[in-house]
Write a protein that binds this ligand. Structure first.
Ligand SMILES: O=C(O)CCC(=O)C(=O)O
Ligand SMILES: [Fe+2]
Length: 304
């Protein structure tokens, strides 16, 4: 049972199992970390991903430390509480290899140049005429570019200002090409961009979840800006696997990585300020409905 907090300031956007620096000492969050709360486990979250009472989250309050790490260069998973950042980090670890795969995870270094990173960050901090940062859950701030949607009612339509910022044009080109190359040359048409800011000051985090599967397609692409980071993957067998995301890399989550593994960002893995850009394609179900899909894709190809 949740208790009502008396100490949580109104400016905090967290509720339920979420927390940030502002509410960490509230009664609600203290109770969450007390071990007495019946939180959803990975099995439950994954089994209910397409049902109407879908809750996407598993809390870091329930999850212990990560004891596995996947090498982003060779894809092999090792029993290791130390993060593996490249093949060089596991050359003496042959015995620690485990029979687990985060199938569909792909990380490519240096897809974004220093200048492109600086241009993107400058835009996010000065986005006019697009809307400014908004406070979001779990100590994050966000900017969304893409369709208006209601996940509960399963309704989607173009935004009132149905365009993408000009600064995204070269990014979309690069990301679409890379993603398509990794996935049997199937074209990747970006329909939505979600930008998140994480800061250590705000204790920003993202509890393990699966992105919506009604609206968004199998491939979710991300770009990691301003600092190296770690994405934590959780499956229903209790595997908790860390993946290194170097600054300015592109990462792709598809197939198992998208639908069997949950992904999240622990607060302790944010060192200063991190910005992520997540680019999503439409699901096959939505794509087949041309009357709905065509205006959405048209809006995502119009740069101003
Ligand atoms: O910050 C990230 O890289 C991941 C964001 C994410 O998982 C999401 O927006 O669904
Ligand atoms: Fe996600």
């Amino acid at each position: 049972m949740e208790t009502t907090s008396t100490t949580e300031p109104p400016s905090c956007a967290c509720s339920g199992i979420r927390f940030c620096n502002r509410c960490i000492n509230s009664d609600r969050v203290k109770y969450l970390f007390s071990g007495n709360v019946q939180l959803r486990n990975a099995d439950d979250v994954i089994a209910n991903q397409t049902s109407n009472d879908r809750t996407s989250s598993l809390s870091f309050a329930l999850l212990g430390n990560s004891h596995k790490s996947v090498c982003i260069e060779c894809g092999v998973v090792y029993n290791s509480s130390v993060l593996i950042t490249s093949c060089a980090d596991h050359k003496n670890k042959t015995d620690d290899k485990v029979d687990v795969m985060v199938k569909g995870l792909f990380v490519e270094r240096d897809v974004i140049s220093d200048q492109e990173e600086a241009d993107l960050i400058h835009f996010f901090d000065n986005p006019s005429p697009f809307p400014d940062w908004k406070i979001s859950q779990s100590g994050r701030r966000k900017q969304d570019f893409g369709p208006k949607r209601n996940f509960k009612k399963k309704k989607v339509k173009p935004a009132d200002f149905p365009h993408m910022p000009k600064v995204f044009e070269p990014l979309f080109c690069k990301v679409s090409k890379e993603v398509s190359q990794c996935t049997a040359s199937i074209p990747y048409s970006i329909a939505e961009v979600s930008v998140l800011e994480y800061t250590s000051e705000n204790m920003s985090n993202f509890d393990p979840h699966i992105d919506d599967t009604w609206l968004w397609g199998d491939r979710i692409a991300g770009v990691n800006l301003l600092e190296d980071c770690v994405m934590t993957f959780v499956d229903s067998n209790g595997n908790v696997v860390d993946a290194f995301l170097p600054r300015r890399c592109l990462f792709l989550m598809s197939s198992d990585c998208r639908s069997i593994w949950m992904h999240g960002i622990r607060p302790e893995n944010i060192k200063g300020r991190r910005v992520s850009i997540t680019m999503r394609e439409l699901s096959d179900e939505i794509k087949q409905d041309l009357a709905v899909a065509a205006p959405l894709l048209e809006a995502a190809r119009s740069f101003v």
